[in-house]
Design a protein around this ligand. Sequence first.
Ligand SMILES: Cc1cc2nc3c(=O)[nH]c(=O)nc-3n(C[C@H](O)[C@H](O)[C@H](O)COP(=O)(O)OP(=O)(O)OC[C@H]3O[C@@H](n4cnc5c(N)ncnc54)[C@H](O)[C@@H]3O)c2cc1C
Length: 689
Amino acid sequence: MFKTERISALKPELEAIVGTGNVRTEEAEILMYSYDAGMARARPEVVINFTAADQVAPVVKVLHRAGVPFLPRLAGTNLSGGTIPLKGGAVLNLSRLKKIRQIDTAARLALVEPGVVNLELQKALEPYGYFYAPDPASQKVCTIGGNIGENAGGPLCLKYGVTSDNVEKLELVTPEGEVKTWSYRDPGPDLMSLMVGSEGTLCIVTHAWLKILPIPRHIKTSSAAFKSMDDAMSAVTRIIGDGIVPRALEAMDAVSLDAALNGKESPFPSGTEAVLIIELDGADAVKVKREFEDVKKICEHSKCAAFRVAADEAERDLLWSARKGAYPAMARLAPDVLVEDGVVPRPRLPEALRQTREILSKYKLTAGLLFHAGDGNLHPNIVFDRRDIQEVKRVKKAGYEILKSCIGLGGTISGEHGIGVEKRVAMNWLYGRAELDFFRKIKDAFDPAGLANPDKILPVASDARAEGPPEGLAERASLSPEARTVVDELRLRARSGARTAVTGLGTRLKADKLMEGTKPLDLKSLRGRAVIDRENLTARAEAGLPLEEFRAQLKDAGLNLELPDLKGSVGGLIASKVFPGIRDVLLGLEIVTADGELLELGGRTVKNVAGYDAVKLFCGSMGAYGVIIAATFALTAGARRQHAAFEEPAGWDAFEPDEYHRRLKRALDPGNLLNPWLYREPAAGGKDL
Ligand SMILES: Cc1cc2nc3c(=O)[nH]c(=O)nc-3n(C[C@H](O)[C@H](O)[C@H](O)COP(=O)(O)OP(=O)(O)OC[C@H]3O[C@@H](n4cnc5c(N)ncnc54)[C@H](O)[C@@H]3O)c2cc1C
């Protein structure tokens, strides 16, 4: 059947669900949905408009049955080609699903539909004295569904976390049209977090319960102008290193500042090369004032040429409009702008900026450097004209070289804009074969027919591994001899098909749980000294390290892991998820899979949206998806906060796998070799998986 015919054949059935007039195939509609804010272009066969959230599942069922690809789309402001229908099919336009269904200040939750515009939610929350933390620069138009699809961030994410950290629960439709409601607090592997940032390739979100916060009583905004970018970066490192967590710590270079000023007189001294916007907040006026004084001293010490405090709301708005308006300002300079989105560990920012400038100069390109300095997320805004084919080629090459330089500095290829189609090839440079296979298994488990936003995130055959084999993360993992022994042992067991019971310190997994026929694998030997990166505020700890020992080592270094007092081993804490908040401080994991592959997931940067969030998936995986060898955590400097006493919840291990937990288990451990009792079906007489 021709493509046009397959849609005509389905039209009556689709119209019966969404209403006549909402299944659109006119040329104007098709053209309008064949592009987004990225560079790629492709035509859909049909655009389906939704007027109610419960129309999504039945439409997806029809498309799935007919084998028609589909993708969810909202404002289309993503910068990675995420809403381009590469294989034709249907664009599911959810932008009319924009009801804020509930604001519950007692529970600190807002229940919203995916089409709610980020800024509209902020406006709705304000009269209640609340706000929603993720604040992308595009917040006037981008939506909550798109923010979840991309795991979007913004200036406030330095203190309050990215979208994933601010979602409590999701209602979603799977690629086969099933409706699921998942929270990160559910027992077992964290499916909800896996959905955040999955760019429409694993699910379509139809409702989101978002965490809302009281608007801080005291907010102090200041700007600091520097004559050199290095001085500005040294101030950033010292602010964070002193244990101050501003609600925002943003940077702009002279090019973006000039563009934002657009001919107006600069409020900064002549020769200003970099400006920081530093915003502090809190409920305690004295603390905010003290932190502000400290920030001022640090900036002065770092040779700041001028330090200004926003005297009132109008001046504060002015500072922020310069920062948030920098992209449109750059867009005035040329017909097109490419916004890159690399991330490096914060202390490597000066090198990253230097290398970025060298690359831009090599390709004779102009760019404004804008970045979330507090979390090492760089956004070079490169201006160009897409009608000039040679210039487009240079822009692409420069963009890729900037990403490679971020990888070389221990960073990643996307902090908030996603991979979409435009960075698929770069996934080859960031990850080794084992990590990419792992992501592919996740995709296939959720979408075996390959219909949900196809050819996004994961490299396809045409994304050849450009310059020879990459240095994959797995190859880079530096393992202790004890960890190497565990890896080798698991490889042997994988070959012989031996079943393993993974145990940490035995705090939670008791011997009576061990199923007959499994061989224990004790990880107590993995307790080498944690590797602490004082400057980057991260620490890597092996899985068997007791938490008390880990804490003591951090305390000696004047650092903290912001968790309540918990017992057990590092790996046991993650795998059991007795404390769901573990996900907030976990940055990376080293895993051995059931077939003995070594994976390095996540990393040392506080932001990373390259690929599926498998790090969070392992929270609550109870050893059944892979064996945790080591974990990397985000730390804080200074005195540890008081944490409420934490009682482990009774029955934390009452885990009943969802069908999608089972699908993942079948994909990741087809022989049910790791902690096999978790995936036995008692009703089926002990049949596995
Ligand atoms: C000027 C400008 C500034 C920007 N600034 C920032 C910034 O500061 N921070 C930042 O993070 N991003 C920024 N962005 C990028 C962009 O705004 C974000 O990625 C935003 O989250 C996209 O939202 P959207 O509504 O436009 O989603 P879309 O672009 O329509 O969709 C984004 C992705 O989510 C998927 N998706 C859409 N709806 C759903 C759903 N219901 N369920 C599951 N998946 C879904 C889509 O298939 C697509 O893959 C900026 C973009 C521009 C143009």
